[in-house]
Write a protein that binds this ligand. Structure first.
Ligand code: G4P
Length: 287
């Protein structure tokens, strides 16, 4: 498979990415720490490595969101990998608020030295100032709402800051700077592009849906063949892409007049099933 994306496919994002990195850099000095939200199904593809260079002087907490949709064993391996690089991490499900209450304690752990110094100076504890960064659709808004317990409220401008900054108070624990926090994915590697497309992080029209489904079915066949058997009755010895599409079409009744397979419906069925956990917890980045 072609490793490099076509010009058209990569051209859509560098402008956004450049602008958001510049914004993040500018705001960084106001932060105690940075939280990077990763997709638990693709902890590598959903990380833009440039961001780690940009924020390397700040304490970082990695949050592996959508743990409910991931393959738990593979997720644990990825978490150990990041831990071996020295990053503190926590797996969460922001939608059902699993582990979200543990975030504050983890953040305090990441900031321990600084908090101990402040305590020694007799300073009163104050909310942790942070940014939540993550690729589109990774669950930033969902997490912000979970942390604020109710709908996040904007606080006034902070004195002493040259440009007016909006801070959002998240419960008593955190103050979040009101920046978009969008981490643009980096996907010159076509595999990463496919992973982002399968999970819905990039819009369905960036990479042709037929290519995305071809990649997805080959991937599932190689890594989760029994799930394909259980969901669509795809025999374990069936590897041909079109035969697999036909089988899904027949099984799910995605047929046109004259009983021809409606491939558009089959593509959407595959992606919807993957995204809605109809094929069980899946992880796409290998480790
Ligand atoms: P963003 O701000 O980073 O762009 O993401 P946002 O919070 O809008 O979340 C994107 C989608 O992911 C939402 O679904 C949201 O409900 C879902 N989501 C967020 N966190 C989790 C999680 O931990 N587990 C699961 N399974 N889903 C999560 P949506 O389809 O846009 O809307 P809906 O499902 O809420 O209707």
């Amino acid at each position: 498979m072609d490793k490099k994306l076509t010009e058209k496919q990569i051209q859509w994002y560098p402008g956004h990415m450049f602008k958001s990195f510049r914004e993040i850099k500018e705001k960084l000095k106001l932060m105690d720490m940075v939280m990077i939200l990763l997709d638990a199904r693709l902890p590598l593809s959903s990380m833009n490595p440039e961001i780690l260079k940009t924020v390397k002087h700040k304490p970082i907490l990695l949050l592996f969101n959508k743990m409910d949709l991931a393959d738990p064993q593979i997720l644990n391996k990825h978490m150990s990998y990041y831990q071996s690089l020295g990053y503190e991490g926590l797996k969460i499900d922001a939608q059902s608020q699993i582990n979200t209450k543990k975030i504050y304690d983890r953040a305090k752990l990441v900031l321990k030295e600084k908090l101990d110094r402040e305590k020694a100076k007799g300073l009163k504890p104050r909310p942790i100032r942070t940014m939540i960064l993550g690729i589109p659709n990774v669950g930033k808004s969902t997490l912000i709402n979970a942390l604020s317990q109710k709908k996040a409220t904007k606080t006034g401008n902070k004195p002493g800051v040259t440009k007016a900054q909006q801070w959002i108070k998240l419960g008593d624990d955190f103050e979040l700077l009101d920046t978009p926090g969008v981490l643009w994915p980096k996907f010159e590697d076509k595999k990463v592009g496919y992973h982002l497309a399968i999970t819905g992080a990039i819009k369905d029209d960036i990479i042709p849906i037929d290519d995305v489904c071809h990649y997805a079915l080959d991937f599932l066949k190689a890594n989760y063949p029994k799930r394909l058997l259980e969901r669509y009755d795809i025999p374990l010895d069936m590897y041909d892409y079109v035969s697999m599409l036909d089988q899904i079409g027949l099984k799910r009744g995605a047929l046109l007049k004259g009983n021809e397979i409606d491939y558009d419906r089959v593509y959407h069925t595959i992606l919807t099933d993957i995204r809605n956990k109809q094929l069980g917890g899946l992880s796409f980045d290998s480790i």
